[in-house]
Ligand binder design. Sequence first.
Ligand SMILES: Cc1ncc(C[n+]2csc(CCOP(=O)(O)OP(=O)(O)O)c2C)c(N)n1
Ligand SMILES: [Mg+2]
Length: 358
Amino acid sequence: MATTVSRPGGAAIPQQLGDHTAGRLTSDDQVALLRYMLLMRGIEERAMTLYRQGKVPGSFYDGFGQEAVSAGAAFAMAPEDRLCVLHRDLAAHLVRGVEPARIFAQYMGREDGLTHGRDGNVHFGDRRLGCVGMVSMLPDMMLVATGMAMAFKLRGERRCALTWVGDGATSRGDFHEAMNWAGVQRLPVIFVLENNQYAYSTPLRLQFAVDPVERAAAYGFPGVTVDGNDVEAVFGATLAARERALAGGGPTLIEAVTMRMHGHAAHDDMRYVPPELLEQWRSRDPIALQEQRLDPTRVAALREEVAATLERALQGALASPMPDPATAREGVFCEGEAEPLGDGLAPWSGYRGGERDG
Ligand SMILES: Cc1ncc(C[n+]2csc(CCOP(=O)(O)OP(=O)(O)O)c2C)c(N)n1
Ligand SMILES: [Mg+2]
């Protein structure tokens, strides 16, 4: 299926959708991808309400409209791979096995959250599931992912690291350092460039003169562009990049073209975004696109199941206590030997009985 994705002020990007995935995703996989996107959207919608009720301290960031980027990329990764998850990539945590109740609790600063109340909506990751929680300095997680990939190479391990990176973060020096080292060392790392048209209020045309995906060639590895609202296209591109990395082919930069449908954070009314641009992207909602591929009866049942799951999760999180203030200084710094990261879930059925067990 061929379609186009347009950018404001730029030429249309031709897309070849579905080519990578033909024959690789079962209908259960397709439903699973939709489920992760519905969970992400449902959690973030409910969390926005909690924020407005004053139950979420600090700021609130979401990835409304970008669900396909984290769900599709994380779904292509194996349990032993390692992920650095950014602020608009909630579905990646879900794919790796974080329960929705823990996410609600995290946002509300409760004891049962991933950080037990040490942080809120953005900086978290379950290291037992192979995820590194982000730090705010962007795009430092590219360097962390590159470092993990360097370790895999030095140890001769057949594993891959992946991080997401925003369009705005590509203008920083760290982006170039990570790209350069990954290219020189041919490291098994995947950079998913989440091109959502804006960095805070700055549109793409004020950020760079050359599309950053084209920079990959300058560092000696491929840059590919996919429709970031098509979860199967993101999955397919990530799977291909992972296979390349494991075969010793080195890194890939995947540009997922999408749109930030909400403000930078909950405080931002995004009046600087032209309404017609939003309308254009609203008609390409990633959840609606995936639903069109599936049996409507199955979709309806799934939506009901997700709503019930989220209601239970929310009630569970609301019942979670606030952390004991006396413990505030515990678990902030590493004491003693650091434990290695653990393996996460990798629900893509293609790993069952395949390379993982073989
Ligand atoms: C080094 C650095 N400078 C500034 C900031 C403040 N900041 C946080 S998010 C953001 C915009 C990031 O835009 P982009 O990379 O496109 O990601 P998006 O928020 O659009 O997903 C900025 C400037 C930061 N976190 N790190
Ligand atoms: Mg951006």
